[in-house]
Design a protein around this ligand. Structure first.
Ligand code: FAD
Length: 116
């Protein structure tokens, strides 16, 4: 089947949105189990990402820059950094990671997690 760049880009945008929003909701002070869950999620995301080329590039990126899962700030900063590495490879504009703070809002209010 032919590649469909529009569908590939749309999948990318949706995936990045979920990825960064998840980091924005990760605990500021995670338990060891929270951190293990996030690391596992990221590794499985990289393994199962539906675009095979993207997945193998991203897996190499994770080897070079292992997921930072020790706090929300570290996780969000790491995710912004690796997305920028993908942007760089695809010759896209880089995102200013100092502005990551309030950019990703899940819209879920105080749904019992006591955040945002
Ligand atoms: P996207 O890169 O999708 O970004 C969406 C929005 O996120 C931007 O508009 C901006 O508001 C914000 N943003 C941008 N940079 C950052 C950042 N660093 N941190 C936080 N927010 C940011 N496509 C390919 O063609 N080849 C690939 O190998 C490839 N690999 C991918 C690997 C992964 C894991 C993912 C999730 C996607 C991959 N994609 C790949 C898709 C590609 O990254 C883009 O999603 C797609 O090209 C659409 O780009 P876009 O310009 O709309 O912005």
């Amino acid at each position: 089947k032919l590649e469909n760049a529009t569908a590939k880009a749309e999948l990318g945008r949706a995936s990045w949105k979920l990825f960064h929003t998840m980091m924005a909701r990760f605990p500021e002070e995670p338990t060891a189990d929270d951190s293990l869950a996030l690391r596992t999620y990221i590794q499985l995301f990289a393994r199962l990402y539906p675009c095979g080329d993207c997945a193998s590039h991203f897996q190499k990126l994770l080897e070079k820059y292992p997921p930072q899962v020790s706090s929300r700030n570290n996780a969000a900063g790491w995710a912004c950094f690796v997305h920028n590495e993908v942007n760089r490879r695809l010759r896209k504009e880089l995102f200013d990671c100092n502005n990551i703070g309030d950019f990703y809002d899940c819209g879920c209010g105080d749904d019992g997690k006591g955040k945002k």
